[in-house]
Write a protein that binds this ligand. Sequence first.
Ligand code: C2O
Ligand code: CU
Ligand code: CU
Length: 538
Amino acid sequence: DPWCQDSLCNGGGFCCAPERATGSKLRKFADPLPVLPVKKPWFKEDGKTYYHLTMNQFKQRLHSDLPDTTVWGYDGMYPGPTVKVHTNEQVYVKWNNCLPDTHLLPVDQTVHGAYPDVPEVRTVTHIHGACVRPESDGYPEAWFTKNFDRTGPYFTRKMYHYENCQQASTLWYHDHALGITRLNVYAGLAGFYLISDENEKALHLPEGEFDIPLLIQDRSFNADGSLYYPSQTDPPVPGLETSIVAMFFGDTILVNGKVWPYLEVEPRRYRLRLLNGSNSRFYMLFLDSGQQMFQIATDSGLRAVPAALKQMTLAPAERAEVIVDFTNMNGREIVLKNAAPAPYPDGPKPDQDTAAVMQFRVKKRITRIDTSRIPEVMNHIPPLSFKDVTRVRKLTLNSVTDQFGRDLMLLDNRTWDDPVTENPVAGTTEIWTFINVTMHTHPIHLHLVDFQILDRQPFDVSRFTEKKELRFTGSPRHPDTEEEGWKDTVRADPGEVTRIKARFGPFSGLYVWHCHILEHEDYEMMRPFYVLSSQTFL
Ligand code: C2O
Ligand code: CU
Ligand code: CU
């Protein structure tokens, strides 16, 4: 198109957005599910394990009908390689930023994305769910670029220390750079970090090639195979200098970096580690065979006992581990489907495309006798008690209109740059009460700690004032079955009060809590919190 030269609109503008290859043009279940390689340690010394992982840009085939897509990843792959560690293993990771100088996706220059004097791409890696000291947590302002690190003389790389002082769990690493997390993660900066322990090993769960991590993400593509992500001028908002991308919903679903893949399975039990790594999309996952999935783990570790579920909801960043039994299903083709309704009232309707996630083809011969089990008891989860609670915080999830006329989602009516207001003391237990007066469900994530969900209760939003008095309109509900146990992310539904209970520590210092809808997180729905050292109060 002669009117669409780069020199005319510099790319990125809506005037020359290439035609989008809509999801429905791509065949479903055309490509095998990628097996994510396990990262080999760099070296081991004095009981410490060292890794290095390098962020870079490369091309990868995301569907056999698409041209190669330029993506970002770690060590030349999207998703990044899987890091496997053991509880209490002392792990050091050198995170290298070897990304090019320009972003792959449109950066909004009006929020924290704008650092005019930093020409290169900013990144910082956070291990979601990790129990780490603040200096290794990947604080959003601890970003560094290929040639610049304002936090110290490390320049192009950072060595982070992970003490793994936590039980077996499915964690994941992803980028967390201030104001551009949604773009960096969308470009591909995510991978699995799996912690194992002795308790888990003794349970005889399906293991090895029968233990499969599944990273579920939605993406849209341009016809040339490049990733499509809307810019703030697309579509332009009349009368406004800028609008924001308030949420993003892609029209294809990728698992482990392939669009709608299939997996050939043996007629036996499998352990599937489901992770919703999408920017905004929620999933309600079920198998179209109608069979049950036996949930064995939540975000932060094994459940007390397995739960047989036909369907489970996963908000962005939530994990669920399930055992699926394909025994006696030889010859069957089973689709993992998504029943989630329209993500928000005025949002895109669910469609044929995002209703499918991936397919299992039960056709292989048994290569090894299946000695795995679905255990009866897996973990000890201490029951909730209120005796040890030292503080209850009421935190509002609200929205405001900023000076550009944009709707921003906030935590307790404060923005990222406001001073710290949540400062629990290490070793103490608090209840955090999320009062959602917005129209959306927000998956709220706290760094450092695991928590338990107490309950949810509807309240009268129209009579809610700054005094934060709550008029309940219904009785409290227990958490959903798939939420029983340890969590690090909780869905706070609109018009409801969601309560969690967490013991802060063991470390003190600066961390963050935020909505894990990445478009909300980047636009002010993230706050620092500071864990005070208990010595201060002795
Ligand atoms: Cu999954 Cu603050 O992160
Ligand atoms: Cu996190
Ligand atoms: Cu949100």
